[in-house]
Design a protein around this ligand. Structure first.
Ligand code: 9MR
Length: 680
């Protein structure tokens, strides 16, 4: 976002140069790290952004065959019994996390993510809990158990099974009888999820159950109604676990339908305890495929490693035999994940490359079509803020709400504003909190970007002040919680100083992969810059600033760049705002497989733009011809900036096409694009 009035930017003669090609500089990475790792389950699942995990028993960690397979094949771990109530709080207030700590600390040391299993369950529940008859006592005990256990593991657990197996078998579709339901009533689930959210706001909260894989089953419908109700009332829930303990026939034919119907409620879905009697390869392949076909199916966990490790060992239901050898079901699962178990070691570099490019091409289309809302968010001046335009939005969906930060502009300058709402229909009535009243302070602050930096459990707001600046906040919903601005750089990096010409240093953007964080910025002079630091050092240490992309026509590679990770694909997306030959703003797009790599055009021209008035329909009326500075609605909210591959949504700034005059006083409003040509 350029804070100053630009002269001459609507001169078609200048813009006739627009066809010039964007030159991209190749960074150090060439995509070599992105080889199709077809030889193990976890690495192959990671190719589509998923995990492949297993249940682990602390008692087996001394077995070298067991740990050998564990560390080679799996990138997620669920303690099979060690986090259950009978182990963790065997008597009231006496907590024992020793066995679970062994599993968790080992998993973290091996780069495996953790599922927490389970906080509230009628089974493996000590007698002192099941004999409680007083509701206040039980509520206090349940809340204390959830809070103490979640606090103990805080920051180490990706997703918690908050409540396990609360629904009855058979045709009722109702909750089963348990001390929790019988003493606290049906509301115990809501209570448990709310308590869990306050205990660890960064963990995903799941409901987990068995026999809910068949869409037509009464039990499935009962769980579905509960999740729908939770979502509609803002009760926190992020995921549903389908245990998937199958008979020899494997999953029901409609399992994928079940997964996608739940996902459509706005939750992740996961296969959490997979085992199949006799492990028929087709049954395993069908199960894995059902997950792979649902973008929000984020991972699969098998319930044990070798048949001899299984709770149903008599049925040989797992992927490895008693000796630790791969069974036919293993190859079937790996193939269904997209791997090629037999061809992998013998395939040539060219074959691997072909597979790789086919896979990444499938992730996003190369043309886009959109439908726009009307203007959803307009300035709300108050006694001390006379705002002309609301601009440059950044947005995350977190804890049942959209949290939007934006620039608030008028002739005298820029500062920031924050609003939150549960639904886009509520966006217009949300309260605007002006952040110049907070420690962020008054003066020039613009073009914010917000994300949760999971390693530090802190929210970051990145913005421009003349330098690249940031504030932090432990609670995104508290506008007064932001720290005073700090700078990422001591001063403008030399390479920017040397190339900026008469442009402006604007639109700082941070994105991290597993190892590094990258800071992108623009200069309104045809250059996109990139600096980097390590995940451990962030927010300090940004160095090695390079030109990541450039164009001899400054207007073709102007500003407002966004970089995202595409969920389920080894692909990153770059958007850069350009000024078209009609003088209107629009977005061009590129992709890469490595954040430090070079960018390949995707939809990058005026005739095939990423988003331009020409590929947007306006059912509510064509209120803007500019599709300008904004941000994608993400699939998550952390520093990886992951977006879904399907049904993209983009929050942007537009304005009355007839408005003119002082650039800072233009009447910018925010609207939402929704992709209409998604094929998945
Ligand atoms: O695999 C677990 C086994 O070792 C325990 O004895 C059993 C006790 O109920 O729990 C098993 O795991 C269960 C999981 O926690 C919840 N879903 C059903 C699993 C199989 O019973």
């Amino acid at each position: 976002m350029n804070p100053l009035k630009r002269l001459g930017c609507r001169q078609a003669s200048v813009l006739g140069l627009l066809a010039a090609t964007v030159l991209v500089t190749s960074g150090t990475a060439t995509g070599a790290s992105d080889a199709v790792r077809a030889s193990t389950l976890g690495a192959q699942a990671a190719q589509s952004g998923r995990y492949f995990g297993t249940a682990v028993a602390a008692g087996r960690l001394g077995d070298g065959t067991y740990t050998g397979i564990l560390d080679r094949e799996f990138n997620s771990v669920t303690p099979e019994n060690e986090m259950k109530w009978d182990t963790t709080e065997p008597s009231r207030g006496n907590f024992n996390f020793g066995p679970a700590d062994q599993i968790v600390n080992r998993a973290i040391a091996h780069g495996q993510r953790m599922r927490g299993h389970t906080l509230v369950w009628h089974s493996q529940l000590p007698g002192w809990v099941s004999s409680i008859r007083d509701a206040n006592t039980l509520r206090g005990v349940m809340n204390n158990h959830i809070t103490t256990e979640m606090n103990h593991f805080k920051g180490k657990i990706y997703a918690w099974d908050v409540v396990n197996e609360a629904f009855a078998d058979g045709g009722s579709g109702q909750l089963r009888s348990s001390v929790f339901r019988d003493v606290l009533g049906n509301g115990f689930l809501e209570q448990a999820f709310r308590t869990a959210r306050s205990a660890d706001p960064a963990a995903k909260l799941c409901y987990n159950d068995y026999s809910i894989e068949d869409w037509n089953a009464a039990k499935t419908q009962g769980v579905y109604r509960m999740v729908r109700d939770f979502k509609s009332r803002g009760v926190p829930i992020d995921c549903v676990g389908f245990q998937s303990h199958f008979g020899t026939g494997g999953p029901p034919a409609n399992f994928q339908t079940t997964l996608s119907n739940f996902a459509a409620l706005g939750v992740d879905v996961q296969i959490t305890e997979l085992d199949i009697a006799q492990a028929p390869p087709t049954a395993y392949a069908n199960t894995v495929r059902a997950c792979m076909n649902v973008p929000r199916c984020t991972g699969i966990t098998v319930w044990g490693i070798r048949d001899s490790d299984s709770w149903r060992s008599g049925e040989n239901p797992l992927l490895f035999d008693r000796n630790g050898n791969k069974k036919p079901a293993y190859n079937a699962a790996l193939t269904a994940l997209g791997g090629t178990p037999t061809a992998a070691s013998g395939s040539t570099t060219a074959q691997r490359k072909a597979v790789r490019s086919a896979k990444s091409a499938a992730a996003l289309p190369s043309t886009f079509k959109w439908s726009s809302s009307g203007a959803l968010i307009s300035p709300k001046p108050d006694a001390t803020h006379n705002i002309a335009g609301i601009k440059d939005p950044t947005v995350v969906y977190y804890n049942g709400k959209y949290h939007v930060f934006a620039s608030a502009a008028n002739a005298s300058g820029y500062n920031l504003v924050y609003l939150s709402f549960s639904d886009w229909s509520q966006a217009g009535s949300a309260t605007h909190h002006y952040l110049d009243r907070t420690a962020i302070g008054s003066g020039y602050r613009a073009a914010p970007q917000v994300f949760y930096y999971a390693p530090q459990r802190l929210w970051y707001l990145v913005y421009q002040t003349g330098n690249a600046s940031y504030s932090t906040n432990p609670d995104i919903s508290n506008p007064n919680g932001w720290s005073a601005p700090r700078n990422f750089y001591a001063s403008m990096p030399d390479i920017i100083r040397q190339n900026i010409g008469n442009g402006y240093w604007v639109d700082m953007w941070v994105i991290c992969d597993n190892a590094n964080c990258y800071l992108f910025s623009s200069d309104d002079n045809g250059h996109l810059y990139r600096s980097q630091t390590t995940v451990g050092q962030f927010p300090n240490g940004f160095t090695n600033t390079v030109i990541a992309a450039q164009d001899s026509n400054r207007y073709a590679l102007f500003e407002a760049s966004n970089v995202y990770k595409v969920q389920g694909a080894n692909q990153y997306l770059l958007l850069v705002e350009a000024i078209g030959s009609d003088g209107r703003r629009y977005f061009r797009s590129w992709t890469t497989s490595s954040l430090a790599g070079s960018w390949t055009p995707l939809a990058a021209t005026e005739s095939n733009p990423f988003a331009r008035a020409s590929n947007v329909t306006f059912p509510a009326g064509a209120w803007t011809k500019d599709i300008s500075h904004g941000e994608m609605i993400r699939a998550g909210y952390d520093q990886t900036l992951t977006i879904p591959a399907c049904r993209l949504q983009y929050l942007y700034q537009g304005k009355d096409p007839n408005a003119s005059g002082d650039y800072n006083s233009l009447p910018w409003r925010l609207g939402l694009l929704t992709q209409t040509n998604s094929t998945c």
